[in-house]
Design a protein around this ligand. Structure first.
Ligand code: GCV
Length: 679
């Protein structure tokens, strides 16, 4: 069915109702709770009258107990949807072991209605990862670190008195895709978040989110006992420090009985941590874990550490530091690991810690906001990036994928989870552009079910976002599926990474070589010289390959068996190195830069073809963004090639246009107010 284009500012995300055209559905609820009332209201207003009647009831409700529906395997949040007889009539029954499970089922039913898919195929679903979490890098002054969608959604100044209705809509959007936790403040945390007034503000958010099954968490600044408590030390082995945290946890739980726990960035990029006192990351995490354990809380301890004093390859440092701590963390600690060993680049090999710490629950951390993929303006659908990492084989145990490590069932871990650095702000469309919403959506869907394909998710997102018109869905899906690879192509093909400009990370800066810390300089990563390019991470170089399981390491140690996509991540190769297809490394590099630019042009054409089918506001904004992307893809390509040619002195292959400007011009560009970079 083609839904005619209507005015749309993108606010409704994936919750656009079709009921306005077809009346409201008949929904019968057994039991009463805030959560059940939400589920029923969502279905009444969201489902067309042609669907239903719908019955919502817990599996043990007397009205349906005779059906003996087994919900034991669905966990506390899963659901069962079926067409069956209840009270002598045929109904769609949404049931679960909990009200939250019923709410998730209600949203699943709505998703199927909006995408026009077969109700009979919804069936039974449980979440694969227990913690499905957004990490907001939101500062208390409203600036969002690496945020490109306006100010923070949280108005800390007017909280707790003002409960902006947007907080409810945030919870709805998240619950609809299965998110069940949110860390509301930046990992570069301020201790003030742990003071009584801010606890009260966070408690107000928790009250709003609770009926939607979403818990709040806080990033904790490790030195808070010194900054707030007046202690002389934050050494985790000091009993006074442990007592301070215990009292602080008790205080938080008095205000927020279902508080989720703490996220900690320690001894990383200037943040305080246990290493300041010669204690280990496990000492630090376990001390905090003991404080929240009596309340059922958890600690997510980040493995994103690298030290300016350490000459070791940055890609190796987290593994070196954390692997020996395997088995040393308390039961309520997860170690949160970024998907790759550097920092959310457009493509990174999976982090070698996945599979290497079997006695520790490892939580996946993805970045939904696009710090390195063109901010809010470039169209880069991250579903394929998430999927590529989750599906990667660790090589540690037969057939083991990264997703299986994160789910932790094989190791018997009670905790599992996936975190995404949010791309949400106060912009009317939440994410600074319609297509960015797809990354938030894909993250939630994959955290619930990592076996979903990024293509299937793109399709269902497109149908819910623009209407279920097959031409729109086909075209939008095609654009989305090519988009991330295009960004890889025009920013860092063949495994190149970390080539962006300093501080704000906007645009190219492969020439940067004068920053204080060696590993902050792009030249550290590409190591290009007259003879070749790439980072030798084999035995003749940093030997980072040895951090992978032997089978994977063997493959990566040889450029002939290393995937082309990761070639220069692991190898330093001559410019005239012959690739399997016969072309030289240089020629292939240029070909990929050109391909990236061409793909963006093709995406623009695709979008132009949809003009008559998409509402004016969203069409125009995306069209303008694609024009920016086309210009900036050329800029990335031209600046990078101008720089590589200044080093290798090679000509461009025939047919490849010369850069528009000389290298000096690209080097001279400055962007003083680029967003997302707190001053
Ligand atoms: C929150 C990168 C980003 C920082 C971020 C850091 C992290 O370095 O540029 O803004 O800090 O990652 O993940 O802690």
């Amino acid at each position: 069915m083609t839904v005619p284009a209507q005015a749309d500012d993108g606010y409704r995300l994936w919750l656009r109702n079709i009921a306005a055209q077809t009346g409201t559905a008949q929904v019968e609820v057994h039991g009463d709770s805030a959560t059940l009332r939400i589920a029923a209201d969502e279905l009444r207003t969201g489902l067309g009258a042609n669907a239903g009647p719908v019955v919502l009831a817990r599996a043990n409700d007397p009205s349906i107990a005779a059906l003996r529906i087994d919900v034991a395997g669905l966990g506390t949040e899963g659901y069962d949807i079926r067409t069956t007889q209840v009270g002598g009539r045929s109904v769609i029954l949404v049931t679960a072991g909990s009200d939250i499970g019923i709410l998730h089922g209600a949203y699943a039913l709505l998703r199927h209605a909006r995408t026009g898919s077969d109700m009979a195929r919804i069936g039974v679903r449980g979440a694969r990862f227990g913690l499905r979490m957004l990490n907001h890098w939101d500062n208390l002054d409203g600036v969002v670190e690496r945020g490109y969608a306006g100010q923070s959604l949280w108005d800390w100044w007017t909280l707790p008195d003002v409960r902006d209705p947007r907080y409810v809509d945030y919870a709805r959007a998240n619950a609809a895709i299965g998110i069940n936790g949110t860390v509301v403040n930046n990992v570069n945390a301020k201790a003030i978040s742990l003071t009584a007034p801010y606890i009260a503000k966070t408690a107000a958010l928790a009250d709003v989110f609770r009926p939607y099954g979403i818990k709040v968490y806080l990033s904790a600044r490790f030195s808070a006992p010194v900054e707030l408590g007046g202690l002389k030390t934050a050494d985790p082995r000091d009993p006074a420090v442990a007592a301070w945290w215990k009292a602080k946890a008790d205080e938080i739980y008095r205000a927020i009985p279902d508080f989720g726990g703490f996220l900690v960035k320690a001894n990383s990029e200037g943040q305080p941590g246990p290493r300041d006192y010669g204690a280990s990351h496990a000492d630090g995490a376990n001390m905090l874990a003991a404080a929240v354990a009596p309340h059922g809380g958890i600690v997510m301890w980040r493995a994103f550490v690298y030290a300016d004093t350490d000459p070791e390859d940055r890609a190796k440092q987290a593994y070196t530091e954390f692997r020996p701590l395997d088995g040393k963390f308390a039961d309520n600690v997860l170690v949160q690991v970024k998907n790759g060993a550097i920092d959310f680049q457009p493509r990174e090999p999976f982090h070698p810690l996945f599979g290497a710490m079997p006695r520790t629950p490892l939580m996946m951390e993805f970045q939904i906001t696009k710090e390195y993929l063109g901010f809010a303006t470039h169209l880069a659908y991250l579903g394929p990036l998430f999927e590529e990492v989750l599906d990667a084989r660790t090589g540690v145990r037969a057939g083991e994928t990264v997703a299986a490590v994160v789910d932790g069932r094989a190791q018997g871990h009670a905790l599992s989870g996936m975190a995404g650095v949010a791309n949400i702000g106060r912009d009317r469309d939440w994410s600074g552009g319609t297509f960015n919403q797809a990354n938030w959506y894909a993250f939630g869907r994959l955290a619930w079910d990592p076996t979903l394909s990024s293509e299937a998710i793109a399709r269902e997102w497109a149908a819910q976002t623009f209407g279920n018109d097959p031409v729109i869905v086909e075209t939008v899906t095609r654009m989305m599926l090519r988009s991330r690879e295009a960004v890889v192509d025009y920013t860092g093909p063949l495994g190149l990474a970390h080539l962006m400009a300093t501080g704000h990370h906007y645009g190219p800066g492969p020439w940067v070589d004068d920053l204080q810390r060696p590993e902050w300089n792009p030249v550290y990563y590409h190591r290009a010289d007259r003879n070749g390019i790439g980072f030798d991470r084999t035995r003749t170089g940093s030997n980072a390959v040895a951090q992978y399981a032997p089978g994977v390491a063997r493959k990566l140690a040889d450029p002939k068996t290393t995937p082309l996509e990761q070639l220069l991540w692991f190898h330093h190769l001559p410019w005239d190195y012959r690739l399997p297809g016969g072309s030289t490394l240089w020629v292939e590099l240029v070909r990929r830069y050109d391909r990236g630019v061409a793909t963006v042009d093709a995406m623009r054409r695709d979008w132009a073809s949809l003009k008559p089918r998409i509402d004016e506001e969203r069409w125009t904004k995306t069209d303008s963004f694609l024009a920016i992307q086309a210009r900036e893809a050329r800029w990335w390509r031209d600046a990078s090639l101008a720089y590589w040619m200044s080093i290798n002195r090679l000509p461009l292959p025939a047919g490849s246009p010369p850069p528009e400007h000389d290298l000096a011009w690209y080097k001279a560009q400055r962007f003083p107010f680029a967003p997302g970079n707190p001053q």
